[in-house]
Design a protein. Structure first.
Length: 408
């Protein structure tokens, strides 16, 4: 099944102040396991050099048709590309692509290239809004070219308005989506992410270290693969992905209400949130003062949302849970898989530096009802999100979930 890892990317960089951000885009694509080759226009080199991209990607970066005497460089690059992205993409480059001009290495390569193309425009508002530019954008869109942005924001020379290049992470998401299968088209996926905060008083709360990154990664992956995604997001600072419905909550009770309201309509539910297990039984409505002494804090359990979903699930509905453990990870995970009536459970080993809460990696195993577990290993959150979505596809298209679980 096609996925970002191992895919060959042509990164076009054209002339504009935003060209410096393309270095970060190159790094994001490379970190996702993609094989990136950069092609710069001559104008782009006024802002950033090809050596920067060579260092980040491990491949030569090119500027001229004549960089490799003895070979037809633009043809080779075009034929060795799985997905192409131009960021920033100037009005001039958009015009050349729409009209089929081939007056430099990038334009020649893209004219020869026949595959998914992502453009991230960057220009001043007047240029973006010009009839000629919008006509060219419409022409390219009709050919299947994907546009990311531009967005409103501050621009060079003090201008503000539509024309600012989208952030590298959003452009990278569009590149990933361009090579992903649309194998979740027509499905509705409900995802929870982040911690919950259970108030002690108006200032303090009981919570945990969850950043929400894992659940957001799953929501992003599912949306890229065609699903209609609802993300129930606890109090996390991470930005949710575009093109998903976001329901923001604070407490376990709020998360439960949001999930239960939407559960029946979902084809698949992924409970990646780290819901607090306990909350103060009687939170104070005024800030407790330190000089009043140590409070006698009585706790009570929060609702078991995952367990309730396991009991409520309808036939054919996919339910995936998460667990964070410091000891006996697989044994504890397998017990939770059974007791909550799940199709699969991602059991994370936490408490080690560089993985788990707040990090970019997880040390995890995927336990699957009926077998075919995925062994414990280190994953990037993007890799783990892709594996979870692969499982959802398998459950939805394979033998009935309800039948495998012995439920009616």
């Amino acid at each position: 099944m096609p996925e970002p890892r191992g895919r060959r990317v042509l990164l076009g960089v054209t002339g504009g102040v935003a060209a410096y951000k393309s270095a970060l885009l190159a790094r994001l694509l490379s970190e996702a396991g993609m094989d990136v080759t950069a092609v710069l226009t001559d104008s782009a080199t006024r802002f950033v050099g090809p050596e920067t991209f060579s260092a980040l990607t491990g491949h030569s970066a090119y500027v001229s048709l004549w960089d490799r005497p003895g070979e037809i460089l633009h043809v080779r690059l075009a034929h060795e590309t799985d997905v192409a992205v131009v960021a920033p993409c100037t009005a001039n480059t958009i015009a050349k692509l729409a009209q089929g001009l081939a007056d430099d290495l990038l334009a020649s390569t893209l004219l020869e290239y026949d595959g998914p193309l992502v453009l991230a425009p960057a220009m001043h508002p007047g240029m973006w809004g010009a009839v000629a530019t919008q006509t060219n954008v419409a022409t390219l869109s009709s050919r299947g070219v994907r546009f990311v942005g531009p967005v409103d924001g501050p621009l060079a020379h003090g201008d503000i308005g539509p024309g600012r290049m989208s952030e590298p992470a959003e452009i990278a998401d569009a590149v990933f989506a361009a090579v992903r299968p649309r194998d979740l088209d027509g499905t509705r996926v409900l995802v929870t992410a982040g911690p919950t905060h259970e108030p002690i008083d108006p200032v303090r709360y009981i919570g945990n270290r969850s950043s929400g990154k894992m659940g957001v990664a799953i929501a992003r992956e599912a949306a890229a693969r065609g699903a209609e995604v609802t993300l129930v997001l606890g109090p996390a600072t991470i930005a949710p992905p575009p093109a998903v419905e976001v329901i923001r909550v604070q407490t376990a009770d709020e998360m439960r209400s949001a999930v239960i309201d939407r559960f029946t309509a979902a084809d698949a539910v992924v409970m990646a949130a780290a819901v607090a297990d306990f909350r103060p039984k009687a939170p104070n409505d005024r800030k407790m003062k330190k000089d009043a002494g140590v409070p006698d804090l009585m706790l009570e359990p929060t609702p078991d949302i995952l367990g309730e979903l396991g009991e409520r699930r309808r036939s054919g509905q996919v339910l995936v849970g998460f667990a964070a453990e410091t000891d006996d990870v697989e044994e504890a995970g397998r017990a939770k898989l059974r007791s909550k009536h799940l199709d699969a459970l991602v059991a994370n080993r936490v408490g080690r530096e560089g993985t788990g809460f707040g990090s970019e990696r997880n040390d995890a195993t995927i336990l699957v009802a009926g077998g075919r577990d995925v062994p414990m290993r280190i994953w990037s959150k993007a890799e783990l999100a892709s594996a979870v979505c692969d499982l959802i596809v398998r459950f939805l298209t394979g033998p009935g979930v309800a039948g495998r679980l012995g439920r009616s």
